[in-house]
Design a protein around this ligand. Structure first.
Ligand code: GTP
Ligand code: MG
Length: 637
């Protein structure tokens, strides 16, 4: 009973929080300090999504016609064009109205596509049909005549607004920079998730929310993770948490009102919390798959510690991970957002480190035994906390600064209370290091770090003794009995140590020689670029070939799947591996060319593994100065 009451209280807290933070127009206004806090940022974006629609058009040239047509529903305050590239380019225009009411009017005016047999669904994703029998320039004139509001046409705020800077242009920009410092800044500027990317992610969330709003009027789908914490790059996935509860259908009485005596009949849940969540997610997965426009490739990963539904949104060209029980992940995003806001060096530095990790094959978009972007970000945050002149406060300091308005406890009892008001936290850094100095210090710090014996605590901003034998131990800031980097294998941890050491050596000599004449800069690979030596190289991992990717996603969490992974990585020498190999069905290739490709990838993997083993033993044996000298000699200049 106590448990039930606690859950109910927490649900109330969550609702109060959501209602207060997310549904008022006031939330979109920035705080008096000028910088929006996380709640204001999220709230503003949610309101913006409610004012927006996405319309598929034949090209950006349809914009003026669309604008004229859609102006009849209200005042359009902004429009962005983007492309989704398949075999053909698909064009979309995101229109933002001045109010949610106007956007709703545009959506409500939509008609169903009589040529298709699907179930018609109301959503902000629409398609602009050609006017019957009219083509070409005449159409614009007709549309203009139909325009009752006669709003002057506003320019598109972006054309092809989700196109990422291609590798060659990015490299050229970085080559032309004046300093490593500027390279770090440019990398951040050119690769961070842009405004349109954020808008699109909040629309994806709104679509899910609106799809279930009939039965769950107070349900909220919240983006979290890199889409909103300020560490996301263009094209990053969308992490979504969906919250709904059986009480949310009720109108909430004010303090002066008597509680309602009319109580909704409700179906009782007989199963336990976890299997109930799994069952609900299964049901939502089906609903998304069957009815929601744009949603495709729905995959259910329900056995994971945090069950998720993965899907692709084809109108937004977006990968989505939807969960219903990961509130601590949501609050963790808030912590990272705050860290990014505290000091302007935090995000550019993290972007460079993430890019370096990707280029050196330390991180990989699919989960596995390697370090995740999130754990890597924790390493950066800890590094910034432990400096002699810290750039970030400890989480403990944030917790101390909390007041009653900061109390957040998830329904499974995880305390996510910390001070949200940075002024009250009152942290001021006296550290004046440049970005290139910090980058070098980061690599030097982790090349010395004793991962064998020490754990990292962002809560205390110091090292602790490692409580178990995990290869890498980062105390989970919000669930301090858990290890964020539990998945990292000994081999991957060792690789990280080798790569940070290499990076330190490379960067050290780059900093020493960073006075390259301007005329030579464009031609030379210098500075930060020498850290990204294997740009975007497809990372080949041994176990990619032995089991399907869906299993890799889940095996982070599930014992059964973990055993499968162990079998596949122990190889044919072990009895288990031999059995697994014997039991495995023969691989059928689509054609000879695919078989040849797989074989050559396998051969490349074997070579890379050999090199890896070689470099790992060489690095262990070699003394740092001699290796440093040889690395310097290998440099291109
Ligand atoms: P990318 O998706 O790689 O761009 O980065 P991401 O930060 O979005 O990471 P990911 O999608 O793996 O996780 C989404 C968010 O969940 C993270 O930003 C964290 O806020 C949170 N998260 C992930 N792992 C943990 C964990 O072990 N503990 C907690 N408390 N939160 C986590
Ligand atoms: Mg993510």
């Amino acid at each position: 009973m106590n448990n039930l009451m606690r859950r109910a209280q927490n649900v109330q807290l969550w609702r109060k929080y959501c209602v207060k933070q997310y549904t008022t127009e006031a939330a979109s206004a920035s705080s008096p300090r000028g910088k929006p806090n996380y709640d204001e940022f999220i709230g503003g974006r949610q309101v913006q999504a409610q004012r927006s629609i996405v319309v598929q058009v034949s090209s950006e040239k349809s914009y003026s016609e669309l604008y004229n047509y859609c102006s009849r529903f209200g005042a359009i305050v902004g429009a962005h064009h983007y492309c989704v590239r398949h075999d053909d380019d698909l064009h979309y225009i995101l229109l933002e109205y001045s109010t949610a009411h106007e956007a709703a009017a545009a959506i409500d005016a939509g008609a169903t596509n009589g040529e298709l047999s699907g179930v018609p669904v109301r959503s902000p994703f629409l398609w602009f049909k050609a006017a019957p029998g009219k083509r070409g320039p005449k159409l614009a004139a007709i549309a203009n005549n139909n325009n009752t509001s006669q709003q002057p046409l506003r320019d598109l705020l972006s054309v092809d607004g989700t196109r990422q800077l291609d590798q060659a242009s990015l490299l050229s920009q970085l080559r032309g920079a004046a300093s490593i410092e500027q390279q770090v800044q440019l990398l951040h500027e050119h690769t961070q998730l842009n405004d349109l990317g954020v808008r699109m992610r909040f629309l994806a969330a709104l679509q899910v929310q609106q799809a279930i709003s009939g039965m769950f009027p107070a349900a909220q789908a919240h983006p979290f993770g890199s889409s909103v914490n300020g560490f996301g790059k263009m094209g990053c996935d969308l992490d979504l948490i969906l919250r709904f509860d059986r009480e949310t259908g009720g109108r909430r009485h004010t303090d002066s009102e008597q509680p309602s005596r009319l109580i909704y009949h409700t179906k009782e849940n007989l199963s336990n919390g976890r299997s109930q969540t799994q069952r609900h997610m299964e049901c939502f997965g089906d609903m998304l798959h069957l009815f929601l426009p744009g949603v495709c490739h729905v995959r259910r990963i329900l056995q994971a510690r945090v069950p998720i539904i993965k899907y692709h949104h084809e109108h937004l060209n977006l990968e989505v991970d939807l969960s219903m029980s990961n509130l601590s992940g949501f609050y963790m995003s808030e912590l990272l957002y705050m860290f990014g806001e505290i000091d302007p060096r935090v995000r550019p530095l993290t972007f460079s480190i993430r890019r370096w990790a990707q280029a050196s094959g330390l991180t990989n978009p699919s989960p596995g035994r390697w370090i995740s972007n999130f754990s890597l970000t924790c390493l950066v945050m800890y590094f910034l906390q432990q400096l002699r002149q810290p750039i970030l406060p400890t989480i403990g300091a944030l917790v101390k600064a909390a007041d009653a308005s900061d109390v957040r406890v998830t329904e499974d009892g995880i305390n996510c209370t910390f001070g949200r008001d940075l002024e009250r936290v009152g942290f001021q850094s006296r550290n004046t290091s440049s970005l290139s100095e910090l980058l070098l210090q980061f690599f030097e710090f982790y090349s010395q770090f004793d991962f064998h014996n020490r754990a990292i605590s962002l809560n205390e901003g110091r090292q602790l003794s490692k409580p178990d034998h995990s290869a890498m131990y980062i105390v989970n800031p919000l669930e301090q009995l858990l290890n964020v980097s539990k998945n990292v294998s000994l081999e991957e941890c060792e690789r990280l140590r080798i790569e940070v050491r290499n990076a330190a050596w490379i960067l050290e000599s780059e900093v020493e020689n960073s006075s390259l004449p301007e005329s030579e800069r464009q031609e030379e690979t210098w500075g930060l670029l020498n850290l990204f030596k294997h740009p975007e190289k497809a990372v080949i991992r041994p176990n990619m070939f032995f089991k399907p990717r869906m299993v890799e996603v889940s095996d982070l969490f599930e014992e059964k799947l973990l055993q499968q992974q162990q079998q596949s990585t122990t190889g044919p020498a072990s009895a288990g591996g031999a059995e697994a190999a014997a039991a495995a069905p023969p691989v059928v290739y689509k054609n000879v060319s695919v078989r040849q490709q797989v074989q050559s990838i396998k051969a490349a993997t074997r070579t890379e593994l050999k090199q890896l083993r070689g470099s790992s033993s060489a690095a262990a044996a070699a003394a740092a100065p001699s290796h440093s000298a040889s690395t310097k000699n290998r440099r291109s200049r």
